[in-house]
Design a protein around this ligand. Structure first.
Ligand code: NDP
Length: 458
C-alpha cells in the first residue's frame, strides 16, 4: 500500500492489533501517506522503532462512571482517557461526551491531537478522553452528577504537568465547570491549570470560546490569500454543525465579509439565502439549547431540510465542515465540486472521508485538514494555561491577536513543509509532516527506544 517497506510493516501491525478501530486506522493511514515523502530520509527512525512507538498510545485508561438520574436510578457509562504522547509537553486534549464515543474514536482523536498540538508551537503533548454519556435531554443536576462521578476517577490521572483536559463535543462551559469543581473538592487545592475552557470567573481565558472557529477562519484566510490571491469578501459559505466551532466560525466568516447560507445539526440543516442571523442562532443554540430547525420556524425566508448530509448540496464558494468525523463522504464532495466550490477547510476533526479528500484535492480545491485549521482551540487553551501559571488575565484583543499570529504560523509551517515535500500547497501533507517532525525529534532525543543491551552500565 505504501512505497516504504517500513511504513507497510508498521501499518500492517496496527491493522492486525487494532482491527476493530476503523476511525483510528483511517487517521493513521492518512498520516502515513504523508510520511511516505520523508521516511526514506530518516533511516534512524526504523532503527529506533520510532513509528511503532508513535502509533501506540503511552497509556489508555478506561473506567466505569456510575451516576444517579433524577428518578433515583443508577446509570452506568464508560469513561476514557487516552494519554497518547508526551514527547513535547503534558498530554493535552479535550473530553467528548457523545453516545458514539468508543475506543476507536478516542484513539483517532488522541493521535490527531499529538500532531495538532505540535503545530501550535506550544509545549503540549496529545491526549483525548470522554464518555458515551449523552448530555442531551439531561437536567443540569444529572449532568453535574455525571461530571462529578467522571472526575472522581479521572482526577488521579491529570495535573498541570501531567495531563490537561478541555472541552469537545458535548463538553462546554457547563460541563467544564462541574468537572473542575469536583477536581478542586477532591484534591483540596485550586489548581486552575488542570483543565482549560474554564469560566471567566475562575481562571478561564477570554476568547477561548471563540478560538476554534475564529482560528479556522484566520488559517483559511491565509490559505485563500497566499494560494489563490483571494479572501472571504463576497463569498457564499456553508458551515456544517451549529455547536461551539460552527457558531464562531460563522461569526468570523461574517465579520470577514462572507455570507453563511447554511448550518446544520445531526438531524438536518437550515438554508438562509440572506445569511444566517447570528444573534438568532446564538439564542437558539446557547440559551435555549434547541434544534436548528427552530431557526427556520422563526426566521422568514429560511427553510429547514431533513438530513444533515444534504447540506453539501447547497451551492457555495467555501465549505467549513464543523460537526463531526466523516460527515462529508464522496457524494457530498462531488456535490460541492459540481457547484463550483473553491475551498474546503476543516473545522471538525477528520470530517472528510478519505474518498472525499481525494475528490476535493483531485478537483484542485483548496483543502486543509482539521489538525491544522482547527488548532486555534487548543492553542488558546495553551494560552489559558500560560495565564493561569502567571496568575494574570490578558484582554480579549491580546488573546485574539496571539491566536491570529499562531494560526498564521501554523499556515506557514504547513505550507513550507508542503514545499519541502515537493507538493507545494498540499496542506494535508504539510500539516502531517510538520507536526510529526517536531514530535519525532523530541522522541528521538529522549531516547525511550534504548533497550538494556544498548546501555553501558558502570
Ligand atoms: P458541539 O458539541 O458544540 O457541537 C457539535 C455539533 O455537531 C452540533 O451541531 C451537533 O449536532 C453536530 N454533530 C455532532 N455529532 C454529529 C454527527 N455524528 N453527525 C452530524 N452532526 C453531528 O461540538 P464542537 O463544536 O466543540 O465540536 C465540533 C467538532 O470540532 C468536533 O469534531 C470536535 O472534535 C472539533 N473540535 C472542537 C474544538 C473545540 O474547541 N470545541 C477544538 C478542535 C476541534 P447535534 O446537536 O444534533 O448533536
Amino acid at each position: 500500500m505504501f512505497k516504504s517497506e517500513y511504513l507497510n510493516r508498521v501499518y500492517a501491525e496496527v491493522e492486525r492489533r487494532d482491527a476493530g478501530e476503523p476511525e483510528f486506522l483511517q487517521a493513521v493511514r492518512e498520516v502515513f501517506e504523508s510520511l511516505e515523502l520523508v521516511v526514506d530520509k530518516h533511516p534512524e527512525w526504523e532503527q529506533a522503532g520510532l513509528l511503532e512507538r508513535f502509533v501506540e498510545p503511552e497509556r489508555v485508561l478506561e473506567f466505569r462512571v456510575p451516576w444517579v438520574d433524577d428518578e433515583g436510578r443508577t446509570r452506568v457509562n464508560r469513561g476514557f482517557r487516552v494519554q497518547y504522547n508526551s514527547a513535547i509537553g503534558p498530554y493535552k486534549g479535550g473530553l467528548r461526551f457523545h453516545p458514539s464515543v468508543n475506543l476507536s474514536i478516542m484513539k483517532f482523536l488522541g493521535f490527531e491531537q499529538v500532531l495538532k498540538n505540535s503545530l501550535t508551537t506550544l509545549p503540549m503533548g496529545g491526549g483525548k478522553g470522554g464518555s458515551d454519556f449523552d448530555p442531551k435531554g439531561k437536567s443540569d443536576a444529572e449532568v453535574m452528577r455525571f461530571c462529578q462521578s467522571f472526575m472522581t476517577e479521572l482526577y488521579r490521572h491529570i495535573g498541570q504537568f501531567t495531563d490537561v483536559p478541555a472541552g469537545d463535543i458535548g463538553v462546554g462551559a457547563r460541563e467544564v465547570g462541574f468537572l473542575f469543581g469536583q477536581y478542586k473538592r477532591i484534591v483540596d487545592r485550586f489548581d486552575g491549570g488542570v483543565i482549560t475552557g474554564k469560566g471567566l470567573s475562575f481562571g478561564g481565558s477570554l476568547a477561548r470560546t471563540q478560538a476554534t472557529g475564529y482560528g479556522l477562519c484566520y488559517f483559511s484566510a491565509e490559505a485563500l490569500k497566499y494560494l489563490r490571491n483571494d479572501s472571504y469578501a463576497g463569498k457564499t459559505v456553508i458551515v456544517s454543525g451549529s455547536g461551539n466551532v460552527a457558531q464562531y466560525c460563522a461569526e468570523k466568516v461574517t465579520q470577514l465579509g462572507g455570507r453563511v447560507v447554511a448550518m446544520s445539526d445531526s438531524k438536518g440543516y437550515v438554508y438562509d439565502p440572506n445569511g444566517i442571523d447570528l444573534p438568532k442562532l446564538f439564542d437558539i443554540k446557547q440559551k435555549r439549547r434547541a434544534r436548528i430547525s427552530v431557526y427556520a420556524d422563526e426566521v422568514p425566508g429560511s427553510r429547514y431540510v431533513e438530513g444533515c448530509k444534504n447540506i453539501w448540496n447547497v451551492k457555495c464558494d467555501i465549505a467549513h465542515p464543523c460537526a463531526s468525523q466523516n460527515e462529508m463522504d464522496a457524494e457530498g464532495a462531488k456535490a460541492l465540486i459540481d457547484n463550483g466550490c473553491i475551498a474546503v477547510f476543516e473545522g471538525a476533526n477528520m470530517p472528510l472521508t478519505p474518498e472525499a479528500i481525494a475528490l476535493v484535492q483531485g478537483a484542485g480545491l483548496l483543502y486543509s485538514p482539521g489538525k491544522a485549521s482547527n488548532a486555534g482551540g487548543v492553542a488558546t487553551s495553551g494560552l489559558e494555561m500560560s495565564q493561569n501559571s502567571m496568575r494574570l488575565s490578558w484582554s480579549f484583543d491580546e488573546v485574539d491577536e496571539k491566536l491570529h499570529g499562531i494560526m498564521q504560523s501554523i499556515y506557514k509551517a504547513c505550507y513550507d513543509a508542503s514545499v519541502e515535500c515537493g507538493k507545494p500547497g498540499d496542506l494535508m501533507v504539510g500539516a502531517n509532516v510538520a507536526g510529526f517532525l517536531k514530535v519525532a525529534e523530541a522522541m528521538m532525543a529522549q531516547g525511550e527506544n534504548l533497550r538494556s543491551d544498548f546501555v553501558t552500565f558502570p
